[in-house]
Structure formats: C-alpha cells, structure tokens
Design a protein around this ligand. Structure first.
Ligand SMILES: [Zn+2]
Ligand SMILES: [Zn+2]
Length: 270
C-alpha cells in the first residue's frame, strides 16, 4: 500500500482513515476465517501507519513548541515501534520506517530536559490473558506470550482487583508521560535549535554527546545558588564555583544535507 506520509497535512487526509478502516475490516474477516497470517499482516500494516502518523504529529508539536504533547506522542511512538519490532521481520520493520522512528524517538527523548516523573504504585489481584481470558498464575500459563499477536490481536495481561498504593517521584519511570516539571521553568533551546534545521520528521540527524571546558569567567551570569553548569545536580557554589574552568555537556548535531553557514555555529548556553 503506497500512501504519502511525510508532513502534518498528509496525516489529515481522509484516505488515512479509510485505509485503517479497510485494514480493520480485512483483519476481522481473515481472523474469523482462520487466516491468521493475513490477520497479522493487516495488524502490522495498520500499526505501522499509526506509528508514522504519530511520529509526524510529534515532530509537528516540537516545531510548534508544544513540548509536553510532543513528549507524550514520542512515548507512544516508542511503544508502537517496539510492538511492531516484536511482531515483524526486519524487512518490514525497516521498510515501514518503524526502525527509523524508534531510533529517532530515542534521540529526541534524550534532548528533552525532563528528569523527574511521578510513578504510581499498585498491587494487582491477578492478571488474565487478553486472548483467551485464562487467569495467569506462576504455575498456570496459557500458550500466549504477552506482547505477541494472535489472529491480528495483541496479547496483553489484563490486571484485576487493582489497589492503589502510592505515588513516588522517580528518574527512570515505566511510563514517561507522568512528567512532574512545569515546562515554563525548563530550557528547551536544544530542541528548538535542532528543529529549526529540519523540514520534516523523516530527515535524518545525529547527536554526538561530549563535554567541553570553558574558563570560569564565562559563567559570571550564573547565580551561586543555581544548579552547577557541569550538571552534577549540585549547587554552583558547592561544585565548580572555585574552579578555573568548567566542563559542561556539549552536543554536536550532524545533518545529512547542506546547511547555510549563517545558522550553523556553536552556541554557549550561559
Ligand atoms: Zn491466553
Ligand atoms: Zn560543577
């Protein structure tokens, strides 16, 4: 199936919805007539379109500085791509651009300044298999594997008798959407700087993370009580304040197209 999916305008075309509906219809028909391969093919095709649409939307939000929305879309892109990778061969994974989406999503996520997340804690009474309804216990499992597709449906473990315990603040969350920061207090300049150079979500770019040292006098505007520019997490006055120079995180962006020299120059964030 060939559809042009590059820009945000492409994602708004009615044909996308029509194709997804058609795939859903074909999938149900194949599943009910016992053609599992066709049902799974339809699932893959449809999930790949959704992943592409979502990735374009995330890029569009980055461009329009809607960071939180972009972050949430990227998390869903990550989940889509992982699920497609688990359920397809490498040829489909590459051709459907899901490999690219997974790679770029991780790179975009690394540029966001979010580092604290709320993480809810639960106890779960029991789980059931979403495919056969079997009650999953340590010694009694059905033949379905969580995260695999069967007759065009993803196998999930459905939690029952959930009891909410607590919310913790963590740095490496299971779900990345529960950001606890106020966006207005954060610095998104890296993301803005990069996205200014990009015309669409599928342009390739790389980020090379290193460190660069600068003489202390260049940090004269940094308040003693604010976070140290070396990003140690400590206060400036308790960290590098008395050093001769400070080594700060530095990122080089690499593009795979011609750039005008005017824009392409190093930026010092202090
Ligand atoms: Zn099962
Ligand atoms: Zn420091």
């Amino acid at each position: 199936m060939m559809i042009e999916l590059t820009n945000i305008e492409d994602t708004r075309k009615p044909v996308i919805g029509q194709i997804l509906e058609e795939l859903e219809r074909k999938k149900k028909e194949a599943a009910s007539s016992g053609n599992e391969k066709l049902a799974n093919d339809c699932w893959r095709e449809s999930e790949a379109i959704k992943a592409n649409v979502l990735f374009i939307k995330a890029f569009d939000k980055i461009k329009s500085k809607k960071y939180r929305g972009a972050w949430n879309d990227l998390e869903r892109c990550e989940a889509y791509a992982a699920s497609i990778e688990r359920n397809s061969d490498s040829d489909f994974y590459t051709k459907s651009r899901c490999h690219f989406i997974a790679k770029q999503t991780a790179k975009w996520q690394a540029l966001f300044p979010y580092c604290l997340f709320a993480s809810p804690g639960f106890t779960v009474g029991h789980y059931t298999c979403s495919i056969c309804d079997h009650k999953v216990r340590p010694r009694s499992r059905c033949s379905h594997i969580k995260g695999k597709i069967y007759n065009g449906e993803l196998c999930l473990h459905v939690a029952h008798d959930i009891e909410f315990l607590e919310i913790s603040i963590v740095t490496k969350p299971v779900q990345k959407y529960s950001v606890v920061h106020n966006d207005e207090t954060l610095d998104f300049s890296l993301i803005n700087y990069l996205s200014d150079f990009l015309d669409n979500a599928f342009e390739n770019w790389e980020a090379h993370w290193t460190r660069k040292s600068f003489p202390i006098k260049r940090f004269s505007k940094v308040a003693r009580n604010s976070g140290c520019p070396c990003k140690s997490g400590r206060k400036f006055k308790e960290c590098c304040f008395n050093e001769k120079e400070i080594s700060i995180p530095h990122v080089d962006f690499q593009f795979f197209k011609e750039l005008s020299d005017v824009k392409a120059k190093a930026r010092f964030p202090y």
